[in-house]
Ligand binder design. Structure first.
Ligand SMILES: CC(=O)SCCNC(=O)CCNC(=O)[C@H](O)C(C)(C)COP(=O)(O)OP(=O)(O)OC[C@H]1O[C@@H](n2cnc3c(N)ncnc32)[C@H](O)[C@@H]1OP(=O)(O)O
Ligand SMILES: N[C@@H](CCO)C(=O)O
Length: 312
């Protein structure tokens, strides 16, 4: 992991963040003759994209490190390396703030254009914002399981999680358990957490939920979880740009949008809307047992579509 000291940064909500440091990974050598692929990560991941998107980035893999330089930066608000001076009150961070930091890092790395910008969920939100902010800079765009404006349904899930966080020390366990209900669905739990034997308590689904909660508590900070969920709520491509439709129409990149048929958090209608308003976009729908989390799990299906649409 590398670090870049940006210094002071004024957020979209006009708050001063001091001593901002951006943590990032580079896979494959950064060289002027190599084209750049930039990965934007989702809520609780980090800049080590090889780790959370396994069998996807590397030699002889879909994002080929011999051919491309692949960059992934840890997002503003996350607890995995990107940081700013602690403040009394948690600042309100937006997706546009995250993208401004990506832009600063790209300048620092002397990247002249991005061949392919990609991301899912909160990562997809960053990709769309960036492709609107700098249409000429982004040649190809791939987003999955994301939306153009966060939904009332998504905000309600996030608020329920923040209410859980407010309960104290282990509130993050409950927050993650709530989130899991939106990341998966009825069929996922039926297929993976149904008890075969007869019993009156200690069900698999219950211990699964507790395990997921504990796992997140051990690796993530509740402050980051709060800031990132607020950032997700604020996602609105149309803010200050007349409308969401108008904002999407400014994207010139050749675009692939993928929806997951079982995603109850970011339903396919949202990706259909995105693809419908970008001039040069194609929509594909994949099927998955894993709902929204399918964007992290269905690597093979995603790779097939990426290779079909883009000459990687
Ligand atoms: C530093 C870091 O760790 S970086 C962060 C890694 N995570 C990220 O980057 C975020 C993106 N990744 C994710 O959100 C997830 O890892 C996903 C969606 C890709 C996969 O989710 P997972 O939780 O790994 O998969 P799944 O739903 O199958 O659950 C498996 C886990 O539940 C446990 N489990 C399964 N059933 C049960 C049960 N009935 N009771 C208790 N535990 C259970 C498994 O033992 C396994 O535990 P482990 O992860 O501690 O080994
Ligand atoms: N499981 C993912 C889902 C967020 O879209 C994460 O924890 O980042």
């Amino acid at each position: 992991m590398y670090k870049f000291s940006l210094g002071n940064f004024i957020s979209e909500s006009n708050q001063l963040l001091e001593n901002v440091e951006i943590a990032y990974h580079i896979f494959g050598e950064l060289a002027p003759e190599k084209k750049v692929i930039w990965v934007c990560h989702a809520l609780t991941a980090n800049s080590d994209a090889q780790d959370w998107w396994p069998n996807f980035i590397g030699e002889n893999l879909t994002l080929e490190t011999e051919k491309y330089t692949i960059v992934c930066a840890n997002i503003l608000g996350s607890c995995y390396g990107t940081s700013f001076q602690k403040q009394e009150k948690l600042p309100l961070i937006t997706i546009r703030d995250m993208v401004k930091l990506h832009q600063e890092l790209a300048k620092f790395l002397q990247i002249s254009e991005i061949e392919l910008l990609l991301g899912g969920s909160l990562g997809g939100m960053q990709c769309l914002e960036w492709a609107i902010a700098e249409p000429d800079f982004i040649k190809k765009l791939f987003v999955i399981a994301t939306n153009a404006k966060h939904s009332a349904w998504g905000i309600a899930f996030n608020e329920a999680q923040r209410m859980a966080l407010e309960l104290g020390k282990n509130g993050i366990d409950a927050a993650r358990a709530i989130a899991m209900l939106s990341y998966r669905n009825y069929a996922t739990f039926e297929a993976t957490q149904t008890d075969e034997e007869e019993k009156l308590e200690n069900y698999k689904a219950a211990s699964y939920q507790r395990h997921q909660g504990e796992k997140l508590r051990k690796r993530f900070s509740k402050e980051s979880y709060f800031m990132l969920s607020k950032a997700m709520d604020s996602h609105h491509l149309g803010r200050g740009r007349n409308s969401v439709e108008n904002a999407l129409s400014q994207i010139t990149a050749e675009t692939l949008v993928i929806g997951i048929d079982s995603d109850i958090l970011f339903p396919v209608s949202e990706q259909k809307f995105i693809a419908g308003h970008i001039k040069n976009a194609k929509l594909e729908v994949i099927s998955s047992l894993y709902g929204h989390d399918g964007f992290l799990i269905e690597t093979e299906k995603i790779s097939t579509l990426l290779k079909k649409h883009f000459n990687l």
